[in-house]
Write a protein that binds this ligand. Structure first.
Ligand SMILES: [Zn+2]
Ligand SMILES: [Zn+2]
Length: 178
C-alpha cells in the first residue's frame, strides 16, 4: 500500500509499504478521506517533534478491511470514523474510569502511524460505525467536531452507541463555518 511518509522535517515522500495486518484488538481500514489540520503543519515543519519516519494524519475515516483476534463488534465493509487519541487502559486514572485524563495516551498520526495512507491500523475501540447518510468528507470532521460543537452550543457528548456526535449528523458540515 502507498503512504505519505514524513522522513524528516519538511521531507514528505510517497512510499510503498507492506500490507498492514491487524493485531489482537485491532482493525485495518481503507482510508477514504483524511483532513489536514494545524497540528499536521507543525509536525511537517518540525515545530512539533515526532519520531521519524511517521505517517501523519489523525482526522480520517474509512472502511474496515480486516479485523484482528478478539474484535467482535466490527466487520469488514463497515464504514467508520476513527477516534485518534486513545488511553492506555492500565494506569490508575484509566482503571478508575477517567480514561480522558490518561497521561499515557497515544495519538494516531503523531505517536504512531496514521491516516495519510491507503490503509491504516488502529485499535478497534477507536472505530465508530458511521450512519450511511453521512458523506465521507463530513464524517471526516468527527475528530475536530468537539471544538465547534462547543462554539455553536450543540451537545458534544458522545451517545452510548458506536455513532459519532449526533449534533453534526443532523446539521451537516455547514454549521462548522459559523
Ligand atoms: Zn487536528
Ligand atoms: Zn491510562
Amino acid at each position: 500500500m502507498r503512504a505519505a511518509v514524513l522522513g524528516r522535517p519538511r521531507g514528505l515522500t510517497i512510499e510503498s509499504r507492506p500490507a498492514l495486518q491487524p493485531g489482537s484488538g485491532e482493525v485495518v481500514i481503507r482510508v477514504t478521506a483524511a483532513g489536514l489540520c494545524g497540528t499536521d503543519y507543525r509536525i511537517w515543519s518540525g515545530d512539533r517533534p515526532v519520531r521519524y519516519p511517521l505517517v501523519m494524519g489523525h482526522e480520517f475515516v474509512g472502511t474496515v478491511l480486516g479485523t484482528g483476534a478478539g474484535v467482535g463488534d466490527l466487520r469488514a465493509g463497515q464504514r467508520v470514523a476513527v477516534e485518534p487519541n486513545y488511553s492506555c487502559g492500565a494506569c490508575p486514572l484509566c482503571r478508575e474510569g477517567n480514561r480522558n485524563l490518561c497521561l499515557s495516551r497515544t495519538a494516531v498520526g503523531i505517536d504512531v502511524d496514521g491516516g495519510f495512507a491507503e490503509h491504516a491500523r488502529v485499535p478497534a475501540r477507536c472505530c465508530w460505525v458511521a450512519p450511511p447518510d453521512i458523506a465521507d468528507e463530513t464524517l471526516m470532521l468527527t475528530e475536530p467536531s468537539p471544538s465547534w460543537c462547543g462554539r455553536c452550543g450543540a451537545p458534544s457528548r458522545r451517545p452510548a452507541s458506536r455513532r459519532p456526535c449526533s449534533a453534526w449528523a443532523a446539521s451537516g458540515s455547514s454549521r462548522s463555518r459559523s
